[in-house]
Design a protein around this ligand. Structure first.
Ligand code: SF4
Length: 346
C-alpha cells in the first residue's frame, strides 16, 4: 500500500460517503442473485454479501459498496507495478480501493484487501482530473484488487481514454471472461498475479484456481493488451520446480515475450515462513529463461536480475537499479538499438 500526502491533499475536500452503485454483471435466480463478475459466482439471498465483502444483494439487486472509495493514492514508477516493458522510466498515478475476491494469508496489503480502511471518495471525472493535474500519462488501478472495483474502473478508464490517458490493471486475474472483455476495451496494460501452478495451494490459501487465471492471461494477451505476469515464490507452498516448469511452459505457449517477475516472498499477514532463499530464486530464474525471453527477480534488488537483455543480440537494453532506470540501448521506438529487436511498448 502506498499513500502520497500531497495527492491526498488534492482529494481531501472531495471526500464524502461511499457511493452505492448497481453491479453490472449479475442475474436473478431462485429468489436471490448470482454475481457473474468473478468465478466464485456467489449466490446471495437478500441482505447477503459476497466473498469480496463489497457486493451485496438488496431487494433482488446486486450492489457494489466501494464505488469511488480510494484507500491509497500515489505517483509511482511504472516499474513498481511491476511493468518493465511498458513505458519504462515513467511515473503513473496509482490508486487502490478495498475488498478482494481472494483470501491470501500472505497478502502484503491485507489492511485494504481484507478489511475496510478509511477512504476518500472521488468520482471517475475527479480522478481523471487529478491524473491530468499531476501530469500523469495514465492511471494504474492497483494496491487492492481492481476486479472488485469493477464499475468504478470501467467508468474511469473510459473517461481516461477519452482524455488521452492510458489505463493499467494490477490484478489477481480472477474474473469471468464476459466482464473482462468489456473492461479490456479501455485497458492498455496489466500485471497479472499467477500464484503458481498448484491448485491445492491456490484453492486452500487464496480461494482461486490457476486455470481460470491462465485463461485470463491468454485472453488479455490475445486481445492486444500488454501483459506481464508475477509469481511470488513462497517456500514449501508454491515453489515446486516441476510445477513451476509447467507454469513457464504454459506462459511460453501464449508468448515467449510475456515478461515474468519471480518475486521474493517476505513474511506478511498470517504467514511467518522465512523469506524465499536467494539461491532458490536464482535457480528458478535460470529455469524460466529456458522458456521465456524476459525473466526478472523481484524484491532482491540485484541489477543483474532486473536488467532487460535483448533476446536476439544479448545486449543490455534497460539496466535497473531499483527504480533507477537506465535505457542504455533502447531506441525511441522501444527497440534494441543494437539489432532492432522489439523490446518494450513506449
Ligand atoms: S465479485 Fe464478489 S460477489 Fe461477485 S462472485 Fe466474486 S466474490 Fe462473489
Amino acid at each position: 500500500m502506498a499513500a502520497d500526502a500531497a495527492i491526498f491533499y488534492d482529494i481531501i475536500n472531495i471526500g464524502g460517503v461511499s457511493m452505492k452503485k448497481m453491479a453490472t454483471f449479475f442475474e436473478e435466480k431462485d429468489g436471490g442473485v448470482v454475481c457473474k463478475l468473478c468465478p466464485h459466482n456467489c449466490f446471495l439471498k437478500d441482505g447477503e454479501i459476497g466473498i469480496c465483502k463489497v457486493r451485496y444483494n438488496q431487494n433482488g439487486i446486486l450492489y457494489t459498496k466501494n464505488y469511488g472509495d480510494i484507500s491509497s493514492i500515489a505517483m509511482d514508477p511504472i516499474e513498481k507495478k511491476p511493468l518493465y516493458h511498458f513505458k519504462p522510466g515513467t511515473e503513473i498515478l496509482s490508486v487502490g480501493t478495498w475488498g478482494c475476491n481472494f483470501r491470501c494469508g500472505f497478502c502484503q496489503n491485507w489492511e485494504i484487501s481484507q478489511e475496510k480502511p478509511s477512504v476518500k471518495m472521488v468520482t471517475p471525472q475527479q480522478l481523471v482530473d487529478i491524473a491530468l493535474s499531476r501530469n500523469s500519462k495514465g492511471i494504474a488501478y492497483t494496491y487492492s484488487e481492481p476486479i472488485v472495483w469493477y464499475e468504478f474502473v470501467l467508468d474511469t478508464s473510459r473517461i481516461a481514454h477519452k482524455k488521452g490517458l492510458y489505463n493499467v490493471l494490477v490484478t489477481n486475474g480472477f474474473i469471468e471472461i464476459e466482464p473482462l472483455k468489456l473492461l479490456l476495451q479501455n485497458i492498455d496494460a496489466m500485471n497479472i498475479d499467477l500464484k503458481g501452478f498448484n491448485n491445492e495451494f491456490y484453492k486452500k490459501e487464496c480461494l482461486g484456481d490457476y486455470r481460470k487465471v491462465l485463461e485470463v492471461i491468454e485472453y488479455a494477451y490475445n486481445a492486444g493488451v500488454h501483459v506481464e505476469v508475477t509469481t511470488l515464490i513462497i517456500p514449501g507452498k508454491n515453489d515446486n520446480e516441476e510445477e513451476l516448469l509447467k507454469e513457464f511452459e504454459a506462459l511460453s505457449k501464449i508468448s515467449k515475450d510475456i515478461p515474468l517477475h519471480l518475486s521474493r516472498y517476505f513474511p506478511a499477514y498470517k504467514y511467518v515462513i522465512p523469506p524465499t532463499p536467494l539461491d532458490k530464486l536464482k535457480k528458478l530464474y535460470v529455469l524460466a529463461k529456458e522458456f521465456l525471453n524476459f525473466v526478472y527477480l523481484g524484491n532482491i534488488f540485484e541489477p543483474e536480475y532486473e536488467t532487460t537483455f535483448c533476446p536476439e543480440c544479448h545486449s543490455q537494453v534497460i539496466v535497473r537499479r531499483g527504480y533507477d532506470i537506465d535505457l542504455v540501448n533502447l531506441s525511441k521506438e522501444g527497440k534494441c538499438k543494437i539489432c532492432g529487436r522489439e523490446i518494450v511498448q513506449i
